[in-house]
Structures are given as structure tokens and as C-alpha cells.
Design a protein around this ligand. Structure first.
Ligand code: NAD
Ligand code: 89Y
Length: 341
């Protein structure tokens, strides 16, 4: 029987509720939430009461001094990631940090170097690749069933009111690319491998947003494959696919196309089959978020298994640096190439 893991949670806001529910579901697998922390005392207290957590804090430094943590999970907004990750690592505590890993690549590199120097587990809670339909698509691609993948589209297009739950998004100078681009670019790496070069166009279609709310990217992968990777919060199409990522992958023996409702059409050697990859609505989950919520459980379970096995997570700090580099490349490339008539 593996030793139990004493978990501390930092940040008890909007999305952390999913983390806390998922960690609670993992109690039978050996996780105890022993402490929660939020600079807002009401949020910390409420989370402790709701999840039966024995102690709550408003200062992470105090929590690290008082607790013997086996793992810390940080779900605060990106401006606090660097100081909190450095604090956790200085206590030698294995750490999970929500996406976006940092505010820019310099911060991300600093955290990767700190984890390496401390030889401590550091992983990014990048959960899209753990969503049920995306897990299945990646598995089919890896199996070789559609042959060598040569082209893909990874697309997240919505007009869902994300500002209601996450009002801070409208204020971000770096907006959709750092918020959603990290997810869809990560999925492109999972499906087609590392990237040789890329270009991008950014748009701000909603005048109420401070930063770009639409990003369209074109990637050439080292395998020679090409992908179109897109994300927008400014779409007006119906039905709205939120929060699903729609995929198309073409190989030399077949293709995969996903449709709204977590349906996956798989064509192999001229025969098409439709797979229903809609995940269970967990007791604490609700539509339309259930596909994201189930992925939080899958991500947390993966983190726990990797930590216990003494290996890096699939979305380790080192791995996520490669995804983050694609975000920076897109910000740099946007609007740079002019046609020369
Ligand atoms: P939020 O503002 O609702 O919650 C963040 C909480 O952290 C707040 O309660 C705040 O008081 C607390 N906090 C801030 N600094 C702190 C500190 N130094 N110590 C302790 N607590 C602190 O934000 P949110 O919407 O929950 O987003 C949090 C993170 O989750 C963001 O990075 C966001 O991008 C990410 N997120 C991920 C997904 C996903 O699917 N992976 C979805 C939504 C949000
Ligand atoms: O912030 C976004 C994310 O990371 O996943 C979904 C989301 O909450 C809204 O699109």
C-alpha cells in the first residue's frame, strides 16, 4: 500500500473548486487534503468547511512552515505563479501549478530552472490533453491506425460568457493566447509532435476585452506535418461548442474528426465509425463544463501516479516550457510577414 499524500491547496477561487472535488474523489487512492490557503479568508474558510479540511491559511509561507506537505496544488492566477512556485520549491515540496505556467517565458524558464536545481517534482495542471475525447484521439493517432499524421486542425471557438466566471480575463493584456492558446497548442504537440516553425494572427473582436480574444496559428511540425491551431472567445456560431476542443487529423490511412457532443468520427481505410466519448457527469460536475471537470480528475490522478512512481508528469515543467514557447512564438510572429508585390 503506497503512503498517503498530504496535500495543500493554494487558491480557493473559481476553478480550484474542481481541483478540490477531484482531490476529494482521490481520497480512496491515498490523498488527504490537509490544508487550504487563500489570501481571501472567506474563501479559505469556505473551502475548508465544504471539503472537511482540518486547517486553513491566508499566507502560503505560514502554511509551508506549519505543514508537512507531500504535494501542493496551486490554482491562483498567473501573476502569483512565480513567487508561489519558488516558495513551494524552497520547502522541497512537489508542486502542481495551474496554467498558464507564468506570465511570460522568462518566468517559466526561472521556474523550470528552480525545479531542476532543487531536483523537485514540478508539473503544470494542463488538463486539455486529459479530456476524454482528446485522450482517445491521441491514443488512436499513436496506435498508427490512421497511418502517419500529416495535417491537423485544433480548434476552440466559442461565444460562451466566460467573463461571468472569470472576469479578470477581460482585463488581461495577454488574453486568449495565454489563456486558451496554451491548451490548444499543447494538444497540437500531443497529436503531431514538436514544432519546427510557426506563424500567427491575433485579433481583438470584442471591444470590451483589453487583449486579443482571437488567435489563428499555423505550425510546421518537425515530422513535416502541418497544423492549424485556433482559439477565440468572439465566435457567434450556433450550436456553441463550449468548452469542447474540436479536432481534425489526417493521416495516410485515415482521418479523425470530432464533432460537438464529444463525438469522434474515425475513418480507417475507407470505413468510418462514430465513437461516443462524452464523459460521465461526475456528482459534483455540471454540463457544459463536465468534459473539463472530468479532465481535472484525470489530470490529478496522473499527477499522483507520476509523483509516486518518481517520474515526471506528462505535463512536467520541462514539457510545458515547450508549449509555452509556442505561445511566445505566436505573440512574436503576429503581423510580421507582409506580402511583397
Ligand atoms: P480566481 O481569481 O477565481 O481564483 C484564484 C484565487 O487565488 C482567489 O481566490 C485569490 O484570492 C487566490 N490567491 C491569489 N493570490 C494568492 C496567493 N498568493 N496565495 C493564496 N491565494 C491567492 O481564478 P480562477 O478562475 O480560479 O483561475 C485560477 C487559475 O486557474 C488561473 O491560472 C486560470 O488560468 C486557471 N484556470 C484553468 C482552467 C482549466 O481548464 N485548466 C479553467 C479556469 C481557470
Ligand atoms: O480559462 C479557460 C481555460 O483554461 O479552460 C476553459 C476556460 O475556463 C474558459 O475558456
Amino acid at each position: 500500500m503506497a503512503e498517503r499524500v498530504a496535500l495543500g491547496m493554494i487558491g480557493c477561487g473559481f476553478f480550484a473548486q474542481n481541483h478540490l472535488n477531484a482531490w476529494q474523489d482521490l481520497k480512496p487512492e491515498g490523498v488527504d487534503i490537509v490544508a487550504v490557503c487563500d489570501v481571501d479568508p472567506e474563501r479559505a474558510r469556505a473551502a475548508a468547511e465544504k471539503f472537511g479540511v482540518p486547517r486553513w491559511y491566508t499566507d502560503a509561507a505560514v502554511m509551508f512552515r506549519a505543514e508537512q506537505l507531500g504535494l501542493v496544488d496551486i490554482a491562483t492566477q498567473m501573476q502569483s505563479h512565480l513567487p508561489l512556485v519558488k516558495l513551494a520549491l524552497s520547502h522541497g515540496v512537489p508542486t502542481i501549478i495551474q496554467k498558464p505556467f507564468g506570465q511570460d517565458i522568462a518566468e517559466v524558464r526561472e521556474m523550470v530552472a528552480a525545479a531542476r536545481a532543487q531536483n523537485t517534482f514540478l508539473a503544470v495542471h494542463e488538463n486539455f490533453r486529459f479530456q476524454k475525447p482528446l485522450r482517445r484521439i491521441a491514443e488512436i493517432v499513436r496506435s498508427g491506425a490512421i497511418g502517419t499524421p500529416t495535417w491537423a486542425r485544433v480548434s476552440f471557438r466559442t461565444g460562451y460568457d466566460i467573463y461571468a466566471g472569470q472576469p479578470y480575463l477581460a482585463e488581461q493584456q495577454r488574453f486568449v493566447l495565454i489563456d486558451l492558446g496554451v491548451h490548444v497548442l499543447d494538444v497540437a504537440r500531443v497529436l503531431l509532435g514538436e514544432v519546427e516553425h510557426s506563424t500567427a494572427e491575433l485579433q481583438r473582436r470584442n471591444p470590451k476585452a483589453r487583449g486579443e480574444d482571437t488567435a489563428t496559428m499555423l505550425l510546421r511540425h518537425t515530422s513535416g506535418a502541418v497544423s492549424v491551431v485556433e482559439c477565440t472567445y468572439g465566435s457567434r456560431r450556433l450550436p456553441d461548442s463550449f468548452p469542447e476542443t474540436l479536432i481534425e487529423v489526417e493521416g495516410d490511412k485515415g482521418a479523425i474528426v470530432s464533432r460537438i457532443g464529444n463525438k469522434v468520427e474515425v475513418t480507417i481505410n475507407g470505413r468510418m465509425e462514430v465513437l461516443d466519448e462524452d464523459p460521465a457527469v461526475l456528482p459534483w460536475a455540471e454540463r457544459p463544463w463536465h468534459v473539463a471537470q472530468e479532465s481535472v480528475l484525470a489530470t490529478n490522478r496522473h499527477m499522483l501516479e507520476a509523483l509516486r512512481a518518481g517520474r515526471p508528469a506528462a505535463t512536467s515543467a520541462e514539457d510545458n516550457l515547450k508549449t509555452f514557447a509556442l505561445v511566445e512564438a505566436a505573440y512574436l510572429a503576429a503581423g510580421k510577414v507582409k506580402p511583397q508585390a
